[in-house]
Every structure is written in structure tokens, then in C-alpha cells.
Design a protein around this ligand. Structure first.
Ligand code: C2E
Ligand code: MG
Ligand code: MG
Length: 707
């Protein structure tokens, strides 16, 4: 064998070898030895170089087999293996290894080497002790394994008995969901025999179980529903595992009927979350509900109210009339509170005589006040409990999410503060946490109250804003716009009070008044001999939802004697979009009366003109926000242009509202818009002013035709 290793490297390899190496020359004297030997024999190089084996290991008996073998090798040049036990004191490192006879077993391999026609002997000493021990350990392990297997076999029988007698149903099924085996509990749980269950699909027992999501509950425990042979559903807990048997995947489901537990859980939960005396939610449940109410209100951008209620002088009654009466009183209060709220709301008894309420999804802070007033109203009468006539006062504090806070804790403490405010301000009343909010709702409430009387008090009037034909410059109509002059507050804009009228339902009465006034006035003008014009009246969405609206109109027209063609109704685009199907019939009925319909505020509702064509409308009124920026905003100009040309192609007339300057008129005329309305012509005018400035004139031309 050729090698390219340097002598130095070779020496190193020899030195660091993990076996003991000794080379004896032809004279049987040591010429090479390595560290292993140095280490184990405790001798230095100088001690051994040029010595014989017997010199190196003087402790070994002279007739030792090893020495003889070395002799033999020099004779026959044949490699030999010797297993020899050397006395362990030769090898200090092994002193702490306990072998039986305190001896260490070595394998010694001897080779005859020939180099440059001389014979050498290579002695390699392998320490076998370690591997012997390994063998021993392996043997022990094997023994233990055997014991284990035996045990396993024993436990299998044991386990089988366990499985058969366990209360949990066990079902194995294959990759296709077909049942392979079941235990006794399974037959009991489903009221099927073993034969009936075999090869059935697992899903006939556990609803939607072996499905796409199956993987997600492998090795997990889930709660689901099972169905027994009588078709009865019951809640179960299922743990699912899988194993491979002869390369086939087998699933095992362990089912536990949890009907009882659920029932108990529910009962426990009920007791844990409700007040024993009144059955109302307790503080814990109240907190839970408040947290989820806030989360929901946040998602849906809704308002909620939190109320705190405290009975005035409850302690006195309790002390003087006895606890029995006190308890009955609290029950009565619970009843009253429950009757004052909707099903979705929560009433809780937080402690002694302290109650709290959550009102969900409020449209208006007013609704919370209504509830508070209903409660106060109830307690304004004395209660009779066990022959005692009791006068109970209630103080209520109200706070609103999200206006005052969006945190549960804060809402509760604000409501509490408000409640104390109520107590201090004379009891038997309610208070908002923040004064501002209070005054705002009060303002609304006041407004509503005075609006209620506005018609009677003749505070309402109609103003008229002229509508001009762009081609001829002539007056063709007027929009009737409602005005309210409040005795103290002065003029109140329809933008402010129409929404209140709509929410309170007052709009019906007001709307009817507007209609009647507009029709009567128009008829009167005609009777006075003025050139006839069309009156446009705004119809509120709330009015349009009224069933016999068309009927009302036909009566009204007959009463006033006005020809229907001189009446136009303005309906907002947003209303049409939101109530397309439900309003179509009403609109058709109105149209059948020969009243014309116009779409007000067009462009703000994102509808398409083509879509609006299904409604029986005659006119489109471009919203003033587009007209406004006509000269400055190119987009608006494009929209107006498109609306006009599209409307025309659909046979609809177009009126632009909010026209304020000359440039807008130039543009609209160039685009052949039919009519205009706006401050450029005139602001809405009182009946008298309108008569004087627009009706009582010769030619009725209000727009010159130059440009
Ligand atoms: P609307 O039907 O779009 O009425 C047009 C509004 O624009 C009127 O405001 C009018 O005064 C104003 N306006 C007219 N020309 C110009 C202009 O050149 N520039 C500007 N900036 N504004 C102009 P008003 O009278 O305050 O009415 C506001 C809204 O109140 C009306 O909008 C309508 O939706 C509602 N409303 C008014 N009267 C009634 C009514 O009798 N019944 C119902 N249901 N709603 C009404
Ligand atoms: Mg209008
Ligand atoms: Mg409008």
C-alpha cells in the first residue's frame, strides 16, 4: 500500500490511536509505542525504548501465554489474536470499573510485519471491558423488554376489559368513515346493536363529524352533537385519535354523553350568574353583558345606555316592615324594571337595593329617558305589599356609550355618579352623567313638544321658491318649503326640525298640513286669475311608507279642487334606493292620480339613472352640491353634463337646484338643462312676497335670453 503521509503525520496517527500500539523489532525490543500504552502502563518512553515486552510488564508472569504467542509469530509470521486478562493494577485508569474478578479483559492482536527484509511484530491492545459492559447492559435491556412485553400482554387483556366496561363509547372507523368496531358503551349510547353499527358511516352517529375539518380535531377533544336510534340528538364530547394497523389508517373516537353535565353546567351557570331572590342577572352577568354589549355596539356603531337605579329609603322600609316585606318589594321592583325594557336589554340586581340596566342599540338618547320616565311613572303610585302601602322613590343615573365613555368600568361609575346626582337633586328623578348631553336631549324633547303644538298655534308657514324655464326664462313652478317661526326661539330651519318630526311621527300631521296648504294656495292663485304654475312639495320618507297615501292625496285634491297636473311631489333619491320595492306601488298609485314625481337631491344616492327609470318619475332634480361647484370642479361639471343628457335620453326633465350665479346658468343652458331654481333667481319667499314679485307681473319673464 502506498501512502503519501509524512512521517510526522504517521507518528501522530500512531500516537493518538485509541488502541495500544507497540512495535517490536527483530530483536524483540520495543521500537515504537504510543501514548495509550504510556498512559495505561504508567511508564515513560525512556522506560520502554529498546526493552522487551517482559521488561515493560514485569508484573506479568514469565510463562504468560502472550509471550509465547509473540515467539510463535516470529516463527511463522502469522497474525494472532489473544484474549488475555491482564491484572488491572497495570491499568490505573480502570480502577474504578468493577468487573467480577477485578481483572480487565483485553483483546490483543498480533501481526508480523515485514519491512526491508526484516520482521517486526505489531502488538495492538484493545480494551474489551467497555464493550463487555455494553453487552451486559444490552442483555439487561433485553430482559426488561421481555418483561415489558409480558406486562403489555397482561395489560392488553386488562385494557380490553376496561374498554368494554368504560362509560365512554369507543368507535373505530376506517379512512372512508365506516365503522369497524365499537364497545359496549357505544351500543348503549346509540341504542344500536354491534351488528347494526358495523359498517355504518360514522356520520350517521355524530353529526357532520367526519368531514373536511376532521383533521383539525384529530388529537383534540371537541363538543358536538350525536343522534341515537330514536333520532334523539344529544350533546357529546369526542376525542379522536388515529393509528396504523397493517399500513391502514384507523381512527378511534371516544365519545362521552355530556347531556347531564350540560344541564348541571347550565344550572350552575344560572345560579352563579343570577340573583337568587329576584332571578335578575347578578353583578357578574351584568359585567359580561356590558362587555359584549360594548363590543357589539362598537362593531355596529350603535349607542347604548347604562342606568343605575337605587331605591330611596329602602333600608328604612326593610327595617321597619321586616325582611319579608323588603324581599317582596325587591321582587316587585325587578318585575317593574323588566316590564320597562325590551327583551334584548338587561336588568341586574347588583347589591341590596341597587339595580342596573343596559339598553342596547338606541337610536336616540331620548329612548333612555323614555325608559327612565316609564319607571319613575310606575313608582309615582304607592305600592301595596302584604297590606302595607309603601311609597317608593327611585333615583336613576344614566350614561351613554360611546358619548361619555367606551369603557365598561367608566360607564358604570359614571352611571353611579349620575345616580347620586339624581338622589341629591330631590330623589325620584333621573340624571344624565354629563350636563351637555342632558341639555341636548332636553332641547330635542322641548323642540318636539313645541312642534306638537306648532300647527295649532299657526307657527308653520310655507315659503315658495320660483322655478324658471331655462329656454323661455318664464316662471313654471315653485317649490313649497316649510318654515317654522318659534315664539321664543325665532326661526327654526327645516333641516333641524324635519328629522325630529320624522322620528316622533309628527311628520304625518305636518306633512298633511303642508299638502293641504300648498294645494289650497295654488288653487287660490288660479282662482285669482294668475297664470297657473306647478307647486312642488317635499315628501318625507316616513310619509311615503304610509299605506293609503295615494288615497289621502286624491281626497285632498278633490277638496282643494286643484288639478293634479299642478302638483309635483319631490322624493329623495336616497329614499328610492333604500325602499325600491316597497315604495313602487305607492309611487304608481300616486302617478295614477296624474300627480308628477321628481327625484330630489339627485346624485347624492349613488343610483344609476337607468335604475330609476323603473319608477314612474318625470323629473330629476340635480342636487345643489353639484351645481355649487359647477364652474370650479371639473368632475361636478362632468356629472351634471352626464345627468342631463342621460335624463333626456330617458325622457326625463332636469331641474338644477341651488343655482347662485351667472356662470352656472351659462353652463346649464349650454347643456340644455330644462329648469333652474336657486338664489340667483330668488330665495324662498313668503306667500305675499311671492305673489307680488312673481305672480302679479305682466310677462313673467325672469331670465333674459342674452348670452
Ligand atoms: P330641498 O328639498 O332640497 O330644498 C332645497 C333647499 O335648498 C331649501 O332649503 C332651499 O332654501 C335651499 N336653496 C334653494 N336655493 C338655494 C341656493 O341657491 N343656494 C343654497 N345654498 N340653498 C338653496 P330649506 O328650505 O332649508 O329646506 C331644506 C330641506 O328641508 C329641503 O331640502 C327638504 O328636504 C326639507 N323640507 C323643506 N320643506 C319641507 C316639507 O314641507 N316637507 C318635507 N318633508 N321636507 C321639507
Ligand atoms: Mg326639495
Ligand atoms: Mg334638494
Amino acid at each position: 500500500m502506498q501512502h503519501l503521509l509524512s512521517n510526522n503525520l504517521l507518528e501522530n496517527i500512531v500516537d493518538h490511536n485509541a488502541v495500544g500500539l507497540i512495535v517490536l523489532d527483530a530483536e524483540k525490543e520495543v521500537i515504537v509505542w504510543n501514548r495509550w500504552i504510556a498512559h495505561y502502563s504508567g511508564k515513560s518512553e525512556a522506560d520502554v525504548m529498546g526493552k522487551s515486552l517482559a521488561d515493560i510488564f514485569p508484573e506479568l508472569p514469565a510463562d504468560m501465554y502472550l509471550f509465547k504467542i509473540v515467539e510463535d509469530i516470529y516463527q511463522d509470521h502469522f497474525p494472532k489474536i489473544v484474549t488475555q486478562s491482564l491484572h488491572r493494577y497495570l491499568f490505573p485508569l480502570y480502577q474504578d470499573i468493577k468487573t467480577k474478578k477485578n481483572r480487565i479483559k483485553q483483546n490483543i492482536i498480533l501481526h508480523a510485519l515485514n519491512s526491508e527484509e526484516k520482521w517486526y511484530v505489531l502488538v495492538q491492545i484493545f480494551d474489551m471491558t467497555a464493550s463487555d459492559r455494553r453487552e451486559q447492559i444490552l442483555k439487561e435491556q433485553a430482559y426488561q423488554m421481555q418483561q415489558l412485553t409480558q406486562n403489555l400482554q397482561d395489560t392488553r387483556t386488562y385494557q380490553y376489559a376496561l374498554l368494554e366496561n368504560t362509560l365512554d363509547a369507543l368507535i373505530t372507523f376506517d379512512n372512508n368513515g365506516h365503522i369497524l368496531s365499537v364497545n359496549k358503551a357505544a351500543t348503549r349510547m346509540f341504542n344500536h346493536s354491534l351488528e347494526e353499527l358495523k359498517f355504518k358511516h360514522i356520520n350517521t352517529l355524530i353529526i357532520d363529524y367526519y368531514s373536511l375539518e376532521f383533521k383539525t380535531f384529530l388529537d383534540n377533544i371537541i363538543e358536538t352533537v350525536a343522534i341515537n336510534s330514536e333520532g334523539k340528538y344529544f350533546p357529546i364530547e369526542v376525542g379522536t385519535g388515529s393509528m396504523f394497523i397493517e399500513e391502514q389508517r384507523i381512527f378511534i373516537a371516544s365519545l362521552r354523553d355530556i347531556s347531564e353535565r350540560k344541564k348541571i353546567d347550565e344550572q350552575l351557570r344560572f345560579f352563579a350568574l343570577h340573583d337568587n331572590l329576584t332571578g335578575l342577572a347578578n353583578r357578574i352577568l351584568f359585567q359580561e353583558r356590558l362587555d359584549s354589549a360594548i363590543a357589539l355596539a362598537h362593531r355596529q356603531s350603535e349607542m347604548i345606555a347604562v342606568m343605575m337605579l337605587d331605591l330611596d329609603k329602602f333600608k328604612e322600609i326593610n327595617d321597619s316592615r321586616g325582611h319579608r316585606v323588603g324581599d317582596l318589594l325587591l321582587k316587585k321592583v325587578a318585575e317593574v324594571l323588566l316590564s320597562a325594557i325590551r327583551d334584548v336589554d338587561t336588568v341586574a340586581r347588583l347589591s341590596g337595593d341597587e339595580f342596573a340596566i343596559i339598553l342596547l342599540a338606541l337610536q336616540d338618547p331620548e329612548q333612555a329617558i323614555l325608559v327612565a320616565e316609564r319607571i319613575l311613572q310606575y313608582f309615582s303610585e304607592p305600592l301595596v305589599i302584604q297590606n302595607f302601602t309603601l311609597k317608593i322613590g327611585v333615583s336613576i343615573g344614566i350614561t351613554l356609550y360611546p358619548y361619555e365613555s367606551n369603557e365598561a368600568d367608566k360607564l358604570l361609575s359614571y352611571a353611579d355618579t349620575a345616580m347620586y346626582k339624581a338622589k341629591n337633586s330631590g330623589r325620584n328623578c333621573y340624571q344624565y352623567y354629563s350636563a351637555e348631553l342632558h341639555s341636548e336631549t332636553l332641547h330635542r324633547k322641548e323642540l318636539e313638544d313645541s312642534l306638537r303644538q306648532a300647527i295649532e298655534k299657526q307657527e308653520l308657514s310655507l315659503y315658495y321658491q320660483p322655478q324658471i324655464d331655462l329656454k323661455t326664462g318664464k316662471l313654471v313652478g315653485a317649490e313649497a318649503l316649510l318654515r317654522w317661526s318659534h315664539p321664543q326661539k325665532g326661526f327654526i330651519s327645516p333641516v333641524e326640525f324635519i328629522p325630529i318630526a320624522e322620528e316622533s311621527g309628527l311628520i304625518h300631521e305636518i306633512g298633511r298640513w303642508v299638502m293641504e296648504e300648498a294645494c289650497m294656495q295654488n288653487k287660490r292663485w288660479q282662482m285669482q286669475g294668475y297664470y297657473p304654475i306647478v307647486i312642488s312639495v317635499n315628501l318625507s320618507a316616513v310619509q311615503l311608507r304610509l299605506k293609503n297615501l295615494a288615497n289621502d292625496f286624491s281626497l285632498l285634491l278633490r277638496k282643494s279642487g286643484l288639478d293634479a297636473k299642478y302638483l309635483e311631489l319631490e322624493i329623495t333619491e336616497t329614499f328610492l334606493m333604500e325602499n325600491a320595492d316597497s315604495s313602487l306601488l305607492t309611487l304608481k298609485e300616486l302617478r295614477a292620480l296624474n300627480v308628477s314625481l321628481a327625484i330630489d337631491d339627485f346624485g347624492t344616492g349613488y343610483s344609476s339613472l337607468g335604475y330609476l327609470k323603473r319608477f314612474p318619475v318625470k323629473k330629476v332634480k340635480i342636487d345643489r352640491s353639484f351645481v355649487n361647484e359647477l364652474e370650479t370642479d371639473n368632475d361636478d361639471a362632468m356629472i351634471v353634463k352626464a345627468v342631463i343628457s342621460l335624463s333626456h335620453s330617458l325622457g326625463l326633465k332636469v331641474i338644477a337646484e341651488g343655482v347662485e350665479n351667472k356662470q352656472q346658468i351659462v353652463f346649464l343652458r349650454a347643456e340644455e338643462c330644462d329648469e333652474i331654481q336657486g338664489y340667483f333667481i330668488s330665495k324662498p319667499l313668503s306667500k305675499d312676497d311671492f305673489e307680488e314679485q312673481y305672480l302679479n307681473v305682466e310677462d313673467q319673464i325672469y331670465l333674459t335670453l342674452e348670452n
